[in-house]
Design a protein around this ligand. Structure first.
Ligand SMILES: [Zn+2]
Length: 195
């Protein structure tokens, strides 16, 4: 069903996506929580929020972003379509042409039922919570790299008119872990004084 999920690979106790264009996850493409808050002070800047179809735990509420400023698109595992298939990039392209989208958030979630099912059917007999989280983080990273290399999104990232964000939410606590392109890993928000 999802071709990109086949790219997940388990190695040394964690999931990764070998071969994905990591070098395209350039730190200058990414925004932070402060830059989102600054956008909310403007009158027009919007947030495109790509989340998982079964992420029903107040998916948009965890963000703290006003609903009227969000374009929420839910797809299985927060999947963007393949980078070559930009015409059907989960509808995002339509908005890219018409709305001042300042932030593109790709939001996975730790208790993803679809990911758990896929791991159980294809790669692991009994994936535990840690396996699912690791796979969701790897998959969210893959979606970020697909976004960064999608020509129509990349244009906005390069000219600085749009910023990328990678989140993985703990469904139980609504704690957001944020992707850090410098370390290529996710770290819980507010886990250090920098945020
Ligand atoms: Zn899910």
């Amino acid at each position: 069903m999802l071709q990109t999920i086949e790219k997940l690979n388990y190695d040394h106790g964690k999931w990764d996506c070998p071969g994905f264009p990591k070098e395209e996850l350039r730190p200058e493409y990414f925004g932070d929580q402060q830059s989102i808050r600054a956008s909310m002070q403007t009158e027009t800047e919007q947030v495109a929020f790509i989340a998982c179809s079964d992420h029903h735990n107040s998916v948009a509420c965890v963000s703290g972003i006003p609903f009227e400023r969000m374009i929420i698109i839910q797809t299985l595992c927060a999947t963007l379509n393949t980078l070559k298939d930009v015409q059907s990039n989960c509808g995002l392209d339509i908005y890219l042409e018409s709305e001042p989208i300042r932030h593109l958030i790709i939001c996975g979630h730790q208790h993803c039922g679809f990911m758990k099912h896929w791991l159980g059917q294809n790669r692991m007999k009994r994936p535990d919570a840690e396996d699912v989280t690791s796979a969701v983080e790897a998959y969210t990273k893959l979606q970020l790299s697909l976004a960064a290399t999608s020509p129509r999104i990349n244009r906005h990232l390069r000219d600085g008119s749009m910023q990328l964000h990678g989140w993985v939410v703990d469904d139980a606590t609504a704690q957001i872990s944020i992707f850090n392109p410098a370390t290529m890993s996710f770290k819980p928000q507010n886990s250090d004084s920098a945020e």
